[in-house]
Design a protein around this ligand. Structure first.
Ligand code: 0RA
Length: 647
């Protein structure tokens, strides 16, 4: 729970605008010791993620101030001494004396566990479930924390050390305006790492700035002198444009909003013509609900119903057409942002909304506003409905072709659908197995000989697979390489994706360490991201790292995976070392390939994770989409990061 949360502007606030909130409204439960004893119970972990959780905790409080209509600017500064400060121009944390404790409210807020704002039905918490433990947790886990408050025309400061006040709240001068500045240094006896990541911080700042268009978030890194200001007055409409930067739009984004007692709903959506998949990004109280939930279900079902009924009414569809949700969502990018009082988060990662009432609210708001939109913009409506009709026709055609193809194969392969190229492993328990996707037949041959047949399967792919982002679904699903990939993996794709059918626990892409290899990796990752996303989300996709050099002197041989490593080894062995540079997997014999790249005991593999949904989505649209100029621009801006991608 956030310590203090305020309703959005659309719902009447429990407090009036003149600081009616006083110290007595704070509920008090227990002290801070438990937090230092078991930090993971409060912030999930003490790794990099947990560390950044501290920042989210403070920033969420600033966002609450902003949602209540009092704050327009947030500034985050990473300092060179390992501390970070977060300041805002909100009302400032209250400083009046708390009745029960006889201490200033800010001290109660900073030192007492579960001190929270008054419970009230009309309050949205920015951070239910995922963050939302309270700033006292930040204080408890900091070597020191300094708070500066501008309120009542005065500037107040107080310092804490490992959660305990180091001095009393002190007035140090006169203030114009109001606000809070919290600076803290995470305790390095608690965290595994105390190094803040600029990237992680700006990704969250960007996300928040799209979700709260009236706030400007300034992020500054004094270690590198990098800085950026995030301010998107267009809100989620701008976000939808941002996400589809590399694609060809069918129309201008459609904006839907409304509220019922239980929740506030805001949706922006847009179709593009050069991408077949659907991308729905959803948020509840500014938290990205990666696994969707009732808000997403409500949106999806309303979309299908509304488009079909409008299409039938306007004689674009026939009643008998059998248009499905998949047809309706092909090529759609949508952002759903909801605010829910007392959200229930479900699932392993707590990233799925469970409140059942939200489904109906989103459904009715979407239906109503979308229908009205179409009546007011008949040209856009016609374009979208025609696209849906084409999606449907293509899907029908693909289905027919697939059925024929499947029947043909069935008879050819005597009932097995696995591609003939696959060298399967003997183990049948998928949790123990690995699939290597290998570029080219010759490397595939070495891999087949070098592997541990019991648990490693090899699927060689011929040359480059299709560019998924540009190809139509029709072509994608008719490509032999893709068909081989899908039947080997076993889970099917998109709507029919079923993780329980996964045939291999690890799917490892193994290519040459060159430009073509990087291209194939990009294409395969795009395919997995667009069509089998849960595989990426659940950490099943890996990239093998073949060595770049083989260094030998006399009988000794070492393999090096980077230039730095090579230089170190060469220096260590001194003169007369033989250096072999590997240009491709094909230069290694099967035994060497096993030793260097496939043996779980020695190899290096990189797990693919989605750190940031917005950036991942945009990156794939840009890198693989059809807008060449956007791609060039992106690569120029991110030259060092995408150095290895040939696009
Ligand atoms: C308690 C009550 C009020 C605001 C805040 C806390 C508050 C906390 C933080 C943390 C970072 N920035 C913050 N800004 C405000 C309401 C104050 C009122 O009613 O005047």
């Amino acid at each position: 729970m956030t310590a203090y949360s305020y309703s959005d502007m659309e719902i009447k606030s429990e407090f009036d605008k003149n600081s009616s909130y006083t110290a007595k409204d704070i509920k008090v439960l227990e002290g801070l010791e438990p937090v230092r004893k078991r930090p993971s119970m409060y912030i999930g972990s003490t790794d990099e993620r947990g560390l950044h959780h501290l920042i989210n905790e403070v920033v969420d409080n600033c966002i609450d101030e902003a949602m209540a209509g009092y704050c327009t600017n947030i500034e985050i500064i990473i300092h060179t001494d390992g501390s970070i400060s977060i300041s805002d121009n909100g009302r400032g944390i209250p400083v009046d004396i708390h009745e029960k404790y006889g201490k200033p409210a800010v001290e109660v807020v900073m030192t007492i566990l579960h001190s929270g704002g008054k419970f009230d039905k009309n309050v949205y918490k920015v951070s239910g479930g995922l963050h939302g433990v309270g700033i006292h947790v930040v204080n408890a886990l900091s070597e020191w924390l300094e708070v500066m408050i501008k309120r009542n025309g005065k500037v107040y400061i107080q310092r804490y050390e490992t959660g305990k006040p180091a001095n009393e709240l002190t007035v140090i001068g006169e203030a114009t305006g109001t606000g809070t500045n919290i600076r803290f240094k995470p305790d390095n006896t608690i965290f595994e790492t105390v190094k803040f990541s600029y990237e992680t911080i700006i990704n969250r700042a960007r996300e928040l700035s799209f979700l709260h268009p009236y706030i400007a978030i300034h992020v500054k890194d004094e270690r590198s002198n990098k800085e950026e200001v995030f301010h998107h007055e267009g809100g989620i409409v701008e976000l939808v444009d941002y996400l589809t930067t590399g694609n060809v739009p069918l129309h201008k984004p459609i904006y839907i909003n409304g509220s019922r007692e239980e929740c506030v709903v805001e949706i922006a959506m847009k179709y593009v013509t050069d991408r077949e998949s659907e991308e729905i990004l959803s948020f509840v109280n500014s938290i990205n609900t990666v696994d969707g939930g009732t808000h997403v279900t409500g949106f999806r079902s309303s979309l299908t119903k509304t488009f079909i009924s409008y299409g039938i009414k306007n004689k674009i569809f026939k009643e008998s057409d059998g248009i499905s949700g998949e047809d309706v969502r092909n090529g759609l990018t949508a952002v759903i942002s909801t605010k829910v009082i007392d959200p229930q988060f479900e699932g392993q990662t707590k990233a799925k909304l469970g409140n059942s009432a939200v489904r109906g609210v989103v459904e009715s708001i979407t239906s109503e506003m979308l229908y009205t939109y179409m009546e007011e913009h008949p040209a856009d409506a016609t374009k979208i409905l025609n696209k849906i009709k084409i999606n449907f026709e293509v899907r029908e055609a693909v289905k027919r072709a697939k059925e024929q193809e499947l029947a043909k194969r069935k008879s050819l392969l005597e009932g097995t659908l696995l591609p003939w190229k696959l060298a399967d492993c003997s183990e049948r328990d998928p949790s123990k197995t690995e699939l290597f996707i290998v570029e080219g037949d010759s490397a595939g041959g070495s891999a087949k000989q070098g592997r541990m047949r019991s648990f490693q399967a090899i699927l060689p792919l011929k040359g480059k697979i299709l560019n998924i982002e540009k190809a139509t679904a029709d072509r994608i699903f008719n490509s032999d390489e893709i068909k081989a990939l899908i039947s080997t993996i076993g889970t099917s794709t998109q709507e029919t994706f079923d993780i329980s059918k996964l045939r291999y626990n690890r799917i490892i892409i193994m290519t040459d360490a060159d430009v073509d290899g990087s291209h194939i990796i990009t294409l395969l990752l795009t395919f997995f991201f667009r069509y089998m996303k849960p595989l990426v989300e659940n950490g099943h996709i890996f990239i093998a790292q073949p060595p770049l050099y083989r260094i030998s002197k006399g009988k000794e041989t070492v393999y090096c995976y980077s230039d730095d490593e090579k230089n170190q080894q060469v220096a260590k062995y001194g003169d007369n070392v033989a250096i072999q540079r590997y240009k491709g997997l094909g230069e290694m014999n099967p035994h060497q390939l096993w030793e260097t790249t496939m043996d779980p005991a020695k190899r290096l593999i990189i797990k693919m994770v989605i750190e940031d949904a917005i950036e991942a989505d945009r990156l794939f649209s840009i890198l693989m989409g059809s807008k060449v100029d956007e791609r060039r621009k992106y690569i120029e801006e991110h030259a060092s990061e995408v150095r290895n991608l040939d696009v």
